[in-house]
Write a protein that binds this ligand. Structure first.
Ligand code: COA
Ligand code: AMP
Length: 628
């Protein structure tokens, strides 16, 4: 109905508590909350304090008891291994209860942390839900991160137990995970008591006697565990994300607010009904995987798809169409890069032929800017609405979207539409004043943030304030710059910090610079995100060598590439470094990264008035001619 979106958005802000209380009534509370929002200790806001819940109960048991026992809860479709497995709600609940028992047998208690370092196998979701079942806090680490990154997270989260697998399967081959896990535990100061290892048929792992337990044996010996009610405000998980330094930020998610927001979003943002098949083609290691592969679809009683493969090459650019048709997917959510890949390999979408896509309703894209070319291509070939929406690890669920379940609004290419109910956007100047419509500024959200968003950072309340809240008092800083048009459509243009987005993966160039600085021949360096037609952005490193280094530049560049791969991981896609004589800087010594990026991207650039030595810019332009 016309005006429905405006009404919902207004009511979410003006009658905040009533709005979210109504949404919370859709879920089971072991004990009802005392207050909807506790705002007595700003900037720390708490949702549904006094309430007791269990997220796993709401995701699984509630449906088993409520008539969905035999409905499919999860379909594991793995074209990369040629396998498929389906779980009904009852089967998934039983598997999760058993693994929860296995965790208890390992001494995991309510509030203990469990790190999950796994490829896209159903056991990853089982491990997450099992933690939720017993009130343990999971922290999933994406498989494409190297041992060093895993070690940083082990030290911060201090897990009692780690859950991992013998290997992951990537198009390039089998990736042994266990040696990375062992190395990470060696490097870390904190040592977990035990590790539960899923042995995959493609490659077995050697188990560490006294520390490692085989997943299958742990399950065989386990007793199923019941759901433990926890406080609404207790953490459900920690998810580390790139910050502006090499130290990742541990985003905390609570139990109560999270499940309320996620369940609400399924109907209202994505327009999905319980019982439908919903597919988020991402990875459980990212927030999209947490929210929309595991929690939201299950909380809503949908069938979720856990896809182990790539949009192209497993076996071809038709695999998305095959999965949609074969499993009856209504709504697909992925990153634009996936569609750029499909478009590149199959520009006419000829591999769509023969697949019945009649049940497919909407495609949602997020994670990076949706380029209009890709959007139009998808609209034209799929013939369903293609909806760009915007959110972050911190928010946990969409902040800007075309809320299809409330009222579809006209699509404007280049904009993820408007603020989702619960979110009040301000576009601010450096003095924290709202800029005029159409003017660029810092995209910020008025406090308090809605349920589901981060209440703080793990063990780092002050860092939470410093990183997000202090620059614009009364607002949460998203770290993105953009503008709002006269009609309230928001346009997200760029990051205001050193974060880049590579194939929908969020990475910090500062973290890569930290790695490169450790090279013995490197005096200083700069890593930039440069435009890439396929992955959106790619990192490119510039190295200035110590005086007197006479080694071959190519050798040093290759070593630099290897260092980033080994320290951060293949996910960084750091494939090129370039030795240059000097870096352009301002007179106060700040490296002119923005100007350098323009040079590499072949865009017009102005020589900044503050530049120390303008002659360096042509040197950089000359050096980048070497790049293909
Ligand atoms: N375990 C181990 N290694 C992994 C990994 C994992 N879970 N995930 C990725 N990697 C490796 C890849 O094998 C690749 O290694 P390589 O340099 O040896 O080739 C590297 O990390 C980069 O991976 P990726 O960025 O995914 O590039 P790709 O070329 O393999 O695939 C896309 C590119 C676009 C097809 C893929 O990124 C994709 O499907 N993205 C869209 C969906 C998505 O994941 N979105 C995330 C947020 S919504
Ligand atoms: P992540 O925390 O990994 O989900 O990354 C969040 C960041 O990705 C945001 O802060 C944006 O920079 C970017 N992003 C996500 N969705 C969009 C979008 N729809 N348009 C533009 N940028 C986006």
């Amino acid at each position: 109905m016309a005006g429905e979106y405006i009404r919902a958005h207004k009511s979410s802000l003006e009658e905040r508590e009533a709005f979210w209380a109504e949404a919370a009534d859709d879920l089971h509370w072991h004990k009802k909350w005392e207050t909807v929002l506790d705002d007595t200790n700003p900037p720390f806001y708490r949702w549904f304090p006094g309430g007791e819940v269990n997220t796993c109960y709401n995701a699984l048991d509630r449906h088993v008891e409520g008539g969905r026992a035999d409905q499919l809860a999860l379909i594991y479709d793995s074209p990369i291994t040629g396998s498929m497995k389906k779980y009904t709600y009852k089967e998934l609940r039983d598997e999760v209860a058993l693994f929860a028992g296995a965790l208890l047998a390992q001494g995991v208690d309510r509030g203990d942390r469990v790190i999950v370092y796994m490829p896209m196998v159903p056991e990853a979701a089982v491990a997450m839900l099992a933690c939720a079942r017993i009130g343990a806090i999971h922290s999933v680490v994406f498989g494409g991160f190297a041992a060093n990154e895993l070690a940083t997270r082990i030290d911060d989260a201090a897990p009692k137990v780690m859950v991992s697998a013998s290997c992951g399967i990537e198009p390039a081959g089998v990736i042994a995970y266990k040696p990375l896990l062992d190395e990470a535990i060696d490097i870390a100061r904190h040592k977990p008591d035990g590790c539960i290892i899923l042995q995959r048929p493609q490659l077995g792992a050697d188990l560490h006697p006294g520390r490692d337990v085989d997943w299958a044996e742990a399950m065989a010996a386990a007793e199923p565990a019941e759901c433990v009610p926890v406080a609404s405000t207790d953490p459900l998980y920690i998810l580390y994300t790139s910050g502006t330094t090499g130290e990742p930020k541990g985003i905390v998610r609570d139990n109560g607010g999270h499940m309320v927001a996620l369940k609400w979003s399924m109907k209202n943002v994505y327009g999905v009904e319980p019982g439908e098949v919903y597919w988020a083609a991402s990875d459980v290691g990212w927030v999209v995987g947490h929210s929309y592969i595991v929690y939201a679809p299950l909380l809503h009683g949908c069938t979720t798809i856990l896809f182990e493969g790539k949009p192209v090459g497993t076996p071809d650019a038709g695999v998305f169409w095959r999965v949609i048709a074969e499993h009856g997917v209504s709504v697909l959510f992925t990153a634009p890069t996936a569609f750029r890949a499909i478009k590149r390999d199959d520009p006419e979408a000829s591999l769509m032929k023969g697949h019945d896509l009649s049940g497919f309703r909407t495609l949602f894209l997020a994670g990076e800017r949706s380029d209009p070319d890709t959007l139009q291509w998808a609209e034209e070939h799929i013939g369903v609405p293609v909806i760009d929406h915007y959110w972050q690890t911190e928010s946990g669920w969409p902040m800007l979207a075309n809320c299809y379940g409330i009222e579809p609004l006209p699509v404007r290419h280049g904009s993820p539409t408007k603020a989702v109910p619960g979110w009040e956007f301000g576009v601010l100047d450096t003095e924290c004043r709202e800029v005029e419509r159409g003017q660029m500024g810092a995209l910020s959200v008025k406090l308090p943030l809605p349920p589901g968003s981060l209440p703080t950072l793990w063990n780092a309340d002050q860092r939470y304030i410093d990183a997000y809240l202090s620059e614009y008092p009364g607002y949460y800083k998203t770290g993105d710059a953009g503008y709002m048009d006269e009609d309230g459509y928001v346009y997200v243009m760029s990051r205001t910090d050193d974060i880049i987005n590579v194939a929908g993966h969020r990475l910090s160039t500062g973290a890569m610079e930290e790695v490169l600085s450790a090279h013995p021949d490197v005096a200083e360096c700069a890593v930039l995100g440069v435009k890439d037609n396929f992955k959106g952005q790619l990192p490119l490193g510039f190295l200035v060598l110590n005086a007197g280094v006479e080694r071959n530049n190519g050798e040093i560049e290759s070593e630099a590439v290897l260092m980033v791969r080994e320290k951060i991981g293949p996910v960084a896609s750091f494939k090129r470094a370039l030795v240059v004589k000097r870096l352009p800087k301002t007179r106060s010594g700040k490296i002119l990264r923005g100007t350098m990026a323009k040079i590499v991207d072949g865009e017009p650039y102005k020589t900044p008035a503050t530049i120390d030595d303008p002659a360096i810019l042509p040197e950089i332009a000359e050096a980048v001619k070497e790049l293909d």
